[in-house]
Write a protein that binds this ligand. Structure first.
Ligand SMILES: [Zn+2]
Length: 118
């Protein structure tokens, strides 16, 4: 199948951006990301992260799981929500990181990874 002219232009653009990043070690935001960032008034990555966290908090509340794994208190807003690994994975087993059975939620301040004595 022949490559369309548009696809070839995009391929060349991406190849040029990759060479630039490789040369100076910086990430160059795409035109699309720059346009979104300008309208949102913040970097696109920050906005996307905030949106994902808002959606996660909404779904956690709908599932009735906005109860802190550690203290049992209600998690009242997305800024205080954190994903909790019930069993520590670090230095133990990377599968525990991805295991949904090992996931719960906690207040950010109660999260065991932030505690000095997890
Ligand atoms: Zn808590």
């Amino acid at each position: 199948m022949p490559v369309s002219r548009d696809k070839e232009v995009v391929r060349k653009y991406n190849a040029r951006r990759y060479k630039e990043r490789k040369a100076n070690g910086t990430v160059i935001p795409s035109k699309s990301h720059l346009k979104k960032s300008e309208q949102l008034g913040m970097p696109w990555g920050t906005a996307a992260h905030r949106l994902r966290k808002k959606v996660l908090f909404m779904l956690v509340c709908e599932a009735g799981r906005n109860i802190c794994f550690h203290c049992g208190g209600e998690i009242e807003n997305e800024s205080d929500l954190s994903i909790e690994h019930k069993q520590s994975w670090l230095g133990i087993d990377v599968d525990l990181f991805w295991d949904m059975e090992n996931i719960d939620f906690s207040h950010l301040r109660c999260n065991s990874s932030r505690s000095p004595n997890p």
